[in-house]
Design a protein around this ligand. Structure first.
Ligand code: NDP
Length: 333
């Protein structure tokens, strides 16, 4: 399976190129950049034969089966639409698009064209999250009453740029991190938030976009979800908790790109550590995507998952701006 990269990004060079190459029979033919100099040095540094600045030229290559889109967020929609029209399978970064309508259009277009379309929500590939999901699904904590997500980090210097100062490129902690938390909650509880209330603001980093947000979501089952996302918290650590009628799950340092963290289960018999597999999250995601292209199974997070995480993030932003509860609009999905 041959890939082209749309975007000379850090997530591509740091994680996804390696994960593509970890799949049997996979190679990367080209990378698209808006800047030929940057694209050429990215290609050279990453052992990619070709750097291009013309998307149509990249997509015209019939030997390319799939594209990975990891440009800034406002570019995902036009690039994905062009790739789908060219018959390429698409792995697209989160958030799928700037608007829900655009994300819906991408997913519908991929369906009509018969190509695989996936969203790179890496967390549901983590051994820690798979173990938590299994505990919940097997009834170990009974009926889930509530969940909390702690995803307030110190955004590293090299990731600041557009994330903290460019609303037009999709900056802000809501499109950046709330989408991952929405996907994680949906993954664990197998249900979609109904409505949300939220407060957002800046706490030292955001320039024209929010760098911190807290929100509360209602789930159809009656469970309540509390979330905290921020770019400015150096020492808070990340985590996720689920509290049920028969027990509680406490997971720390699991909202991350690495296969790390600790999970504890607390119930009537006391407290016990939960073990999980420490595999590479992106390798697993690319493995499932590759299998799906070959006709076996589905990607770990598909296009509808990307629409739904974006829908929750939009509701959170709208709730924070209006000060009112907002019903989540899933665009018909
Ligand atoms: P980067 O800022 O590294 O790259 C985004 C774009 O910025 C690139 O396409 C590139 O443009 C341009 N760019 C890259 N480096 C430079 C530079 N040194 N100077 C000027 N411009 C540069 O973005 P990220 O990798 O952090 O994020 C890309 C996408 O991936 C986003 O949608 C983000 O939300 C998502 N993401 C997902 C993660 C996940 O685990 N699922 C983790 C991190 C990000 P060009 O291509 O034109 O050269």
């Amino acid at each position: 399976m041959r890939w082209a990269l749309i975007g000379a990004s850090r997530i591509a060079s740091g994680y996804v190129i390696d994960a593509i190459r970890a799949q049997e029979g996979a190679d990367i033919q080209s990378v698209l950049s808006t800047d030929l100099g940057r694209g050429t040095s990215f290609a050279k540094n990453n052992g990619i034969p070709e750097a291009l600045t013309d998307l149509d030229m990249l997509l015209a290559d019939d030997t390319v089966d799939a594209v990975y889109i990891s440009t800034t967020n406002e570019k995902h929609h036009p690039q994905a639409m062009a790739a789908i029209a060219a018959g390429k399978h698409v792995l697209c970064e989160k958030p799928l698009a700037m608007t829900l309508e655009d994300a819906v259009e991408m997913v519908r277009a991929a369906r009509e064209k018969g190509v695989v379309f996936a969203t790179n929500h890496h967390l549901r590939n983590a051994g820690s999250h798979l173990a938590i999901r299994e505990l919940i699904a097997s009834g170990r904590i009974g009926k889930v009453l509530s969940a909390r997500v702690f995803h307030a980090v110190n955004l590293p210097e090299h990731l600041r740029g557009w994330r903290i100062n460019d609303a037009a490129a999709g900056g802000g902690v809501i499109p950046d991190i709330v989408v991952h938390d929405a996907d994680s909650i949906r993954f664990h509880l197998s249900e979609d938030p109904v409505d949300v209330v939220a407060k957002a603001g800046t706490s030292g980093m955001g320039e024209g976009v929010e760098d911190s947000v807290m929100s509360v979501w209602s789930m159809p089952s009656g469970a309540m979800v509390q979330t905290h996302e921020s770019f400015t918290h150096g020492f808070a650590g990340t985590g996720i908790e689920f509290h049920g009628t028969e027990g509680s799950i406490f997971a720390r340092n699991v909202m991350t790109q690495e296969p790390v963290g600790e999970i504890r289960l607390v119930d009537q018999s006391g407290e016990s550590p939960v073990t999980f597999q420490a595999h590479n999250l992106y390798h697993r995601a690319l493995g499932l995507f590759t299998n799906a292209v070959r006709g076996n199974g589905s990607p770990s997070a598909d296009g509808v998952d990307g629409i739904k995480s974006l829908a929750v993030a939009h509701a959170v932003r709208q709730a924070a701006q209006s000060g009112s509860a907002v019903r989540v609009d899933y665009g018909g999905f």
